[in-house]
Design a protein around this ligand. Sequence first.
Ligand code: AMP
Ligand code: GLY
Length: 424
Amino acid sequence: MNILIVGSGGREHAIAWSVAKSPKADKIYCAPGNAGISQYAECVNIGAMEFEKLADFAQEHSIDLTIIGMDDPLVGGVVDVFEERGLKVFGPRKNAAILEGSKAFSKDLMKKYNIPTAGYENFEDSEKALEYLRTQAKFPVVLKADGLALGKGVLICNDLAEAEAGVKEIMEDKKFGSAGNTMVIEEFMTGREVSVLSFVDGKTIRTMTSAQDHKRAMDGDQGLNTGGMGTFSPSPFYTEEVDEFCRKYIYQPTVDAMAAEGRPFVGIIFFGLMLTPDGPKVLEYNARFGDPEAQVVLPRMKTDILEVMEACVNGTLDQTELEFEDNAAVCVVLASEGYPVKYEKGIPMSGFEKFEDKEGYYCFHAGTKLENGQIVTNGGRVVGITAKGKDLKEARKNAYEATEWIQFANKYMRHDIGKAIDEA
Ligand code: AMP
Ligand code: GLY
């Protein structure tokens, strides 16, 4: 099969690595890709939002399957453009990607189909939101911009003054752009967070092994929210009992709800879960692999990724089972000092050769670029260092050891990725 992957981050690097392992893969392309992805794929200079150009490329290069890694093109309808031309593509159509694209939609869906989630109200008018906060809200309270906001459109407000400022930011100053035209006000939940990714073919769902992300920039979950500073898999807090509950009340009910709404979901559903004292509840849905969840889940997957993706597209997932290695993986993101606010790019990097022929160690590129034969930094999250181990402790030790192999002047990382496992 000739494959085109759309995206340019660490997640797409992990997808490209996984695809390259498949005996089914012939030629692999990635648009636009990055310096690390070019080890497995020919990078093509087409942006992820250039739908017609992507489809032209797929037609001209006899692509058998296009895999959309990122949320923006999915929510924007890239899958519909490919399908109109009869091209095979892995990902939800626009009318299903709304599961991630609109938090108000996903909350209403969960309410309608009794899927456990935090209590909430949706608002299109800032005056009404303020009135609700002044008269009915319990603090802390959570404000969410409805649309895509790079994972940053969520504000946890401890008191009314903070919440009033939050409404102004989201709905009036439009800090997250049109994502803030609608806002969700949600009950604050406590508990451990777990990410569960799944393959879905419209009817059947197959969940992958669990993972946990670390969203804050600094050790001890301090500092600003980021795209994710590191992950581990599996989560020791995701017990069989939790899994059983989620299968019954969350996973299949979500797939069935989307089908019942005339929005059959094909692709990846990412369940962001909170294990609250009242049981597991959905924090959010995403319509794609997590980044950096993919960087710990895919290296542990034994099943051929192309086989399962084809089964999703063909609607035959009920005939496929997923298999994962009985081990663990930890990913530590090496970022640019100052991320997620302000940071320098273009800094020369070294040490990549140390990963060659090292079984169970991976350097997934997120923001890198090749400049005159030299790899330089090109983003806030620069690379994700993943290592496997027989258990989480060994995987963590291995991953932190390997973080020393890559050098660049403004390297920054968290030192407590996976620390929570000590409490398990
Ligand atoms: P989201 O993008 O919806 O996953 O939100 C980003 C982060 O905000 C989550 O990973 C949680 O840490 C936090 N968060 C979101 N919703 C809630 C909630 N209802 N209660 C507590 N924390 C939340
Ligand atoms: N790591 C969280 C996300 O991909 O949304």
